[in-house]
Design a protein around this ligand. Structure first.
Ligand code: ZN
Length: 285
């Protein structure tokens, strides 16, 4: 078992549950939840190779549809919050997949660049967006410091085993006044809270929702509190932190489950921190 929290280094951890053969632990100090496993770089690369096969690409098409529904709004907000004086604004998308987000950013006038660990996807992204795409881990990328006005981590930070170590590198790539945009699952989401209660109340028999919400590719699960604690470690000011529910079209669910999820989403919208995704804009100061 890991003995310290990967966000705040607290040793005040407790075991949560085992789902999909993976152990999950929570930090009592900052609420961060993480997978109690350690992978080396080769194992992580292998984990993402399957994103390049047919099944992985079908999955990414769903994500791309979600990206295209929302990304223009996010990119315009990044531009509005950015306090650098570059023109055009230089944008880096870490974990760029097939380049859907980069394509939109290019159309909105950003100078774009990507990082993608899965080789076939990196090639697709470079072809689709017509820009440099580095096929490597962010920890291995050779880019100058203070190089980007906007850095996007869309559905990315939950995949990081060492978010603080990786952020040390990402932070250096960002210019002073630049914006870091993070979108990631919210572990404080109402849907997750209900799923955990049902799982415990059924003595772990009702596990299907949990299996859909916690899986081995996601190594880190943030809450509004833990993402704030995480960003506090760096000289970043949070410009906006909000939650929102993802597109239902992205979720492959039977009819009754879809109705249940829609109902939970509806109620969660009465609260500012219970939506399914965390959306954060942070400025480097
Ligand atoms: Zn912690």
């Amino acid at each position: 078992m890991n003995h310290i929290c990967r966000v705040c280094q607290s040793s005040n951890l407790h075991f949560l549950f085992t789902i999909n053969k993976s152990r999950f632990v929570r930090c009592h100090t900052c609420t961060h939840v993480f997978l109690d496993s350690t992978y080396d770089d080769d194992a992580i690369k292998q984990m993402y190779e399957r994103y390049g096969d047919d099944k992985g690409r079908t999955y990414l098409q769903g994500i791309n549809a979600d990206v295209l529904n929302t990304i223009d709004t996010y990119l315009r907000s990044c531009r509005e919050y950015c306090r650098t004086d570059s023109s055009p604004l230089r944008l880096l998308d870490i974990g760029c997949g097939t380049g859907a987000l980069l394509n939109r950013a290019k159309k909105l006038g950003f100078a774009i660049e990507g990082i993608e660990i899965c080789e076939p996807l990196a090639k697709d992204a470079a072809g689709n967006a017509g820009c440099p795409v580095h096929n490597t881990l962010v920890t291995h990328v050779a880019l100058p410091e203070d190089n980007f006005d906007i850095i996007v981590m869309y559905d990315l930070i939950e995949h990081l085993q060492d978010p603080v170590g990786d952020m040390n590198i990402i932070y250096r790539l960002l210019k002073k006044g630049g914006i870091l945009f993070i979108l990631t699952p919210n572990d404080n989401a109402l849907l997750r809270k209900i799923s955990r209660v049902l799982y415990r109340a059924s003595l772990h028999c009702f596990s299907k929702p949990m299996e859909r919400l916690y899986y081995s590719d996601h190594l880190s699960y943030f809450t509004p509190k833990s993402i704030s604690a995480f960003l506090k470690r760096f000289a970043c000011e949070i410009v906006l932190l909000e939650t929102r529910n993802q597109e239902l079209s992205r979720l492959e669910l039977p009819c009754i489950s879809r109705w249940g999820v829609r109902t939970v989403f509806h109620f969660s919208e009465y609260f500012s921190d219970l939506g399914g995704k965390l959306v954060v804009y942070a400025r480097k100061v």
